[in-house]
Design a protein around this ligand. Structure first.
Ligand code: SAM
Length: 282
């Protein structure tokens, strides 16, 4: 018998992976959690039937969410990560010796437990002594913080279910307050190739633009996400991701990355015309 996982990308498009076996299946207070072993993409985490991470292409997402802001300000010391229960974002952050503290706020402890057991490739640095994990809603956590973080990474699910609050004006305003005067916010910003996702992306962009003086969008190619084209939001009170890129200094760190490099950093802010139009409409 053949086993296939299928994700509905639109009413008329499905993305399917052939499965070797299901490694984990659990239902938490927040969502359905599954970990599958696939033939082409290795192990994969799905939440409520949506692919979050696969072993084969997670490096693209995690390189791009972490190294773009880190190469813009090499003095980042205190980081807040919201979501990110698979641990991949934390793994990349721990490669920077200069980072002193990483606070991770994940709503769902069951995701972290399952990833620790079945996805060690991404969860491998959750024990780093600089990492503190808080199991609570990121929306509530950030309300209590003021002038504390150099960088906030929002590595969340989509703008429905438990992740919905992380795309609101209130949340972005609270992130602004939680950041220091030269703070940077990077969020996963959805994709706009399919019509179903356009309005959510525009709304998020509008809210971020209204909150931060510098707000840009950059892109990456992520094969297992709808359309394979994904966007990230970059916002800051001070640093422009292109004018302030510390190219020589970042390269001098000698970090080996499989996707990110400083040439790509400059290129990823150049967006296709249809995306630029959507952002202008926002
Ligand atoms: N890279 C993935 C993507 O963009 O598809 C995201 C992966 S990560 C596993 C997303 C995490 O965000 C999930 O573990 C989920 O439990 C967590 N999450 C969703 N809403 C949250 C909230 N309001 N506060 C904190 N964590 C949240």
């Amino acid at each position: 018998m053949e086993l296939w996982y299928s994700e509905q990308h639109t009413d008329y498009v499905r993305f399917s992976l052939k499965i070797k076996e299901q490694l984990f299946c659990g239902k938490s207070e927040f969502q359905q959690i599954d970990i599958l072993d696939t033939y082409e993409f290795g192990r994969a985490l799905t939440l409520d039937g949506y692919l979050m991470v696969t072993e084969k292409d997670e490096f693209i997402y995690h390189d791009m969410i972490v190294h773009v802001p880190m190469a813009t300000n090499l003095n980042i010391k205190k980081v807040l990560v919201i979501g990110a229960g698979d641990g991949g974002t934390i793994r990349e952050l721990t490669r920077y010796q200069g980072i002193e503290q990483i606070d991770m706020v994940e709503i769902d402890e069951m995701v972290v437990k399952a990833c620790r057991k079945f996805l060690p490739q991404t969860a491998c640095k959750l024990e780093d002594p600089r990492v503190r994990i808080y199991y609570e809603d990121g929306l509530k956590y950030v309300r209590r913080k003021e002038n504390e973080y150099d960088l906030i990474l929002v590595d969340s699910t989509d703008p429905f279910g438990p992740g919905e609050g992380l795309f609101t004006k209130e949340f972005y305003g609270n992130c602004y307050n939680a950041l220091k005067e030269d703070g940077i916010l990077v969020n996963q910003h959805e994709s706009t190739y399919y019509d179903a996702y356009v309005e959510a992306m525009k709304r998020a962009h509008k809210r971020i633009m209204e909150t931060f003086p510098i707000a840009r969008v950059y892109q990456a190619h992520i094969p297992t996400y709808p359309s394979g084209h994904w966007l990230f939001g970059y916002a800051s009170k001070k640093y422009d991701p292109l004018l302030d890129l510390k190219e020589k200094e970042w390269n001098a760190l000698g970090l080996t990355t499989k996707y990110y490099n400083t040439q790509l950093h400059k290129g990823c802010f150049a967006l296709p015309n249809y995306v630029t139009e959507q952002l202008n409409e926002a």
